[in-house]
Design a protein around this ligand. Structure first.
Ligand code: FAD
Length: 484
């Protein structure tokens, strides 16, 4: 057995269990674990595939601390360095006497480009490089249709993925690790300056525990409820979903582990309503990665080119009102304020606010997507891009352009007692249910009794829902007609 160590470059796989790059490296000898950050992590928002918005950076800080702790528990430690990955890895290989580097692959366009360059640069200096699939059930080039083309529609994609089979042999975490030699220096996670300077994210830790054990605690709690997932998953007022998205994004838990664990408890998981619906959502995560891999331009461009002609209004005041949760539409404001306070938003709420922004307000989906990337703890380029393009109507398997969510009806249906709105928009808390979802339609006396003065204590709607709906329909009809 070789005694030269292998460098394990951690990126979006911040875990010890079911980590193929780590396990395979350990089979060959000792390992040198490293995380590489950009030189200036505060100013760089995009760094080899990782879009480091403010909320993501908060998460990353805590996740790196947790990974270092886990490695130390096993006898090792996480090296943290800043710089260009190829340069950092070359220097480290020299210091550690390493002959090879392992990592788990990423699928974002910029991540792929960086990895390709790094691989070439390292091989040119005689280092061996091996990469693995640690972040998805299947990689996009393995799930193609009969013509060997990528799927653009979810259901056949998911069927094909299931038919290809899901590997259930999750890899165990290592029991002990060899110490990293003391002369190999590391920066501290604090020195990366990832935490926001303003107190914005201070309360995030009330909601989240980044890291591998936090991911498992969350998952185990959710598993007790998974039977009801199909009934509760759309309710914004309930804790009916797993909230695993940031843990999955940072790779603190792998989708393979998720599927294997669900199936261990529910051998007929694909036949039972709750577990089937949950696994299908894991499938949407795979589908989003499939889309960004095969259609990398969709990070910024409409997949459906007809949408290039859409006359977006892009009113900056409307965008700002949306970002601050001051649109005057209670369910939209509740969702946007929840996002700001917790770094997360319910999927139903994401669809509502995205539909409102792109359709009622005619603001280009890219503005919404950028805001999400900056404020979500689960900011994930593939899922975010697919989500926004789907809602805007420009994406794969997209919602038809004429499906414009009515935020009043959506609120009534998916927050039926109004507790989600009342929690996040407390200035409306005393309104009766009837007036809560559309206060601009309430009688003056009702508003007065609840201490609400529209335009003063709570905004008037930034757009008229009915008129803006029609404006959007006309705009969408226009681009459809023009394309014939
Ligand atoms: P659960 O319902 O418990 O689902 C389990 C897991 O499946 C999630 O953790 C997630 O990894 C995956 N998943 C669920 N729904 C989707 C979906 N529609 N697309 C892709 N994966 C899904 N998800 C992100 O992880 N990051 C994003 O940046 C992101 N941006 C979005 C933007 C818009 C406009 C929309 C409509 C959706 C977006 N989503 C994004 C997808 C989805 O809203 C979140 O994954 C989900 O709300 C996370 O909550 P959960 O973990 O409780 O999900």
């Amino acid at each position: 057995m070789s005694v030269t160590p292998t460098i394990v470059w951690f990126r979006q796989d911040l875990r010890l269990a079911d980590n193929p790059a780590l396990t395979r490296a350990l089979a060959a000898g000792p390992i040198i674990p490293i995380y590489i950050a950009p030189t200036d992590s505060r100013r760089t928002t995009r760094h080899d595939g990782f879009h480091a918005g403010g909320a993501s950076r908060w998460w990353l800080h805590h996740s790196l601390v947790a990974l270092d702790r886990s490695l130390r528990d096993k006898g090792s430690r996480l090296l943290v360095r800043r710089g260009e990955p190829a340069t950092v890895l070359r220097e480290l290989a020299e210091q550690a006497g390493a002959a090879s580097v392992h990592w788990n692959r990423r699928l974002e366009p910029a991540g792929i480009a960086t990895d390709r360059e790094v691989k070439q640069a390292l091989r040119e200096t005689g280092l061996a490089v091996q990469s693995f699939n640690g972040n998805y059930l299947h990689e996009p080039w393995n799930v193609l249709n009969k013509q060997a083309k990528p799927y653009k529609v979810f259901t056949p994609y998911w069927k094909a993925l299931l038919a290809a089979g899901i590997d259930q042999d999750v890899l165990p975490e290592p029991e002990r690790l060899e110490a990293v030699p003391g002369h190999i220096e590391s920066e501290t996670v604090d020195a990366l300056d990832l935490l926001p300077t303003l107190g914005w994210a201070d309360d995030f830790s009330d909601w989240w525990t980044p890291g591998e054990s936090g991911a498992w605690d969350r998952f185990e709690t959710f598993l007790d409820e998974v039977d009801r997932y199909h009934e509760t998953r759309n309710r914004m007022d309930l804790d009916g979903t797993s909230r695993l998205s940031p843990h999955l994004h940072f790779g603190e838990i792998s989708p393979r582990q998720v599927v294997a664990r669900v199936r261990a408890e529910h051998p007929e998981a694909l036949e039972e309503a709750g577990t089937e619906a949950f696994l299908r959502e894991i499938g949407w995560r795979e589908f989003a990665a499939n889309l960004i891999y095969h259609f990398p331009q969709t990070e910024r461009e409409n997949l459906d080119a007809r949408f290039d002609a859409l006359p977006w209004e892009n009113d900056p005041d409307v965008l700002a009102a949306w970002q601050r949760g001051q649109t005057g539409i209670p369910v939209v404001d509740a969702a946007m304020r929840a996002l700001w306070a917790t770094g997360w938003m319910h999927n139903r709420a994401r669809m509502i606010v995205a539909s409102f922004l792109t359709k009622n307000c005619l603001v280009d989906w890219r503005h919404g997507a950028d805001w999400f990337m900056d404020t979500l703890v689960d900011a994930d380029l593939p899922s975010n891009t697919a989500g926004w393009q789907w809602v805007a109507g420009s994406g794969a398997d997209a919602a038809p352009y004429f499906r414009i969510f009515n935020p009043v009806l959506q609120g009534e249906k998916f927050d039926p007692e109004g507790s989600f709105i009342r929690h996040w928009v407390p200035e409306l808390a005393d309104l009766p249910d009837k007036a809560l979802y559309a206060p601009w339609e309430a009688k003056p006396a009702t508003l007065q009794d609840a201490g609400v003065t529209l335009g003063e204590t709570y905004p008037e709607p930034v757009v008229d829902l009915k008129a803006s709906r029609q404006r959007a329909l006309d705009a969408f009809q226009q681009i459809k007609d023009d394309s014939h």
